[in-house]
Ligand binder design. Structure first.
Ligand SMILES: Nc1ncnc2c1ncn2[C@@H]1O[C@H](COP(=O)(O)OP(=O)(O)O)[C@@H](O)[C@H]1O
Ligand SMILES: [Mg+2]
Length: 396
């Protein structure tokens, strides 16, 4: 089985959606082949909010995870690639989506063919592409999942990934820069273990790391500044308001210095740290160590000192402001995946969230176990019951 051939839409068969004033990112249809608990699923969506209902273990998060693979990386569970295939089926799997983007319909497919153990292929209109460089310009997704409840208590790496995911809808090249940077860093670390054998190549790697690092830092700074502006203007009293700051030498330097100077310092730090880095087996300083610090504006305390409920509110408020920011800065409406979020909100927050969803017209996929939590949005959303490897649409 290949991941091609399940779909009729191709490059020569694209619909033009010029009527759309904005570039809504929308998944019009989804096919899952041998993916997690789904053997062979086909479903389509009308572009509005989608509610997926079913008991625990019925396969709701698996659908959101499949959608999250339309952006680069390991998806919303951060799972290893061998987890995606249906354990009971063959070793290949595929996720195929018909997506509205840039006022066109495109087909994005991802998965692996038989025998492949690492990574996943990504195809756009059946042509193999690099997911890191191609997907961010075509589709932008963000998500809130139950495991993100811990984000403010965890190590900096999960907040950094969260920040970089937000940056990827802001700057299409951000994830590519991160991948380039990480590749250069791995190569430098390897070379440092090799008794500094090739000093000229080390110089080159460090200069290139500094260049990519500066690009990464600049995008992060711009995103954080824009988000802080939006959060500052936001009059909605429902969500606790976050204030963001990046903790990282490079970003802090970039705020008040010329980027060429910072780039030179960056290369110099890498050069000076060669012995230290060689002994520790890793690069000790750089944008790969930065953290996103979040505090609550009114109280002026860090998010990790807030109550669990306040932390959830901060996170959701942040995600919603990000949605507004992307819509405002690029006329683009990212897709939002909200896993088990609605049931945990009080009525005021729930209606505020539904209001925003309906107002922005973003395509939001929400999961839950209780249909009643979603009744305020019944006129605007499509409802599906999930179970037995199927999605069945129903009216409420
Ligand atoms: N690779 C896999 N192959 C087959 N089944 C899987 C795989 N991964 C997870 N599952 C099963 O998928 C089911 C549904 O998971 P999930 O989507 O997380 O449910 P929920 O509706 O609670 O979000 C679980 O019973 C789980 O055992
Ligand atoms: Mg779930």
């Amino acid at each position: 089985m290949s991941i091609d051939g399940f779909f009729s839409v191709n490059q020569h068969n694209t619909n033009n959606l010029e009527d759309f004033k904005y570039d809504f990112n929308r998944v019009n249809s989804l096919k899952l082949k041998n993916f997690r608990s789904y053997k062979d699923l086909k479903c389509s969506f009308n572009g509005g909010p989608v509610v997926l209902l079913g008991p625990n273990g019925s396969g709701k998060t698996n659908i959101l995870e499949a959608l999250s693979l339309l952006s680069p990386g390991k998806g919303l569970r951060g799972a290893s690639f061998d987890q995606f295939r249906n354990f009971k089926g063959p070793s290949e799997w595929g996720v195929i989506a018909e997506v509205a983007s840039h006022n066109q319909i495109i087909k994005i497919s991802t998965g692996v063919s038989a025998g492949r153990l690492r990574g996943r292929d990504v195809k756009v209109n059946d042509k193999k592409v690099s997911g890191y460089s191609s997907l961010p310009s075509l589709i932008s997704l963000s998500w809130v999942t139950p495991s993100m409840d811990q984000i403010f208590m965890e190590s900096p790496s999960s907040r950094r990934k969260f920040l970089d995911r937000m940056c990827s809808s802001f700057n299409d090249n951000h994830i590519s820069s991160i991948k380039n940077y990480e590749k250069l860093m791995r190569e430098r670390n390897r070379l440092l273990q090799d008794s500094f054998s090739d000093k000229t190549w080390l110089d080159t790697l460090e200069t290139r790391m500094a260049s990519e690092g500066i690009l990464i830092g600049l995008t992060r700074i711009e995103l954080v500044k824009s988000l802080n502006d939006i959060l500052g203007k936001d009059q909605n009293p429902v969500w606790p308001k976050a204030f963001l700051k990046i903790e990282g030498d490079v970003e802090e330097e970039l705020i008040s210095n010329n980027s060429d100077e910072v780039k030179e310092n960056y290369s110099k730090t890498l050069f000076d740290n060669r012995r230290k880095d060689s002994l520790s087996g890793r690069t000790l300083e750089g944008v790969h160590r930065s953290d996103l610090l979040v505090s609550e504006r009114n109280k002026g305390v860090y998010a990790n000192q807030c109550s669990t409920g306040e932390q959830k509110g901060l996170l959701l408020g942040l995600i919603l402001s990000h949605l507004d920011l992307i819509a405002e800065s690029s006329n683009r409406y990212p897709i939002l995946l909200l896993d088990e979020v609605i049931a945990h909100l009080d009525q005021v927050r729930r209606s505020s969230l539904f209001d925003q969803i309906v107002r922005t017209k973003a395509q939001v996929f929400m999961t839950g176990t209780d249909v009643n939590s979603f009744s305020p949005i019944k006129g605007s959303a499509e409802f599906f019951s999930v179970g037995m490897g199927l999605l069945k649409e129903f009216q409420i």
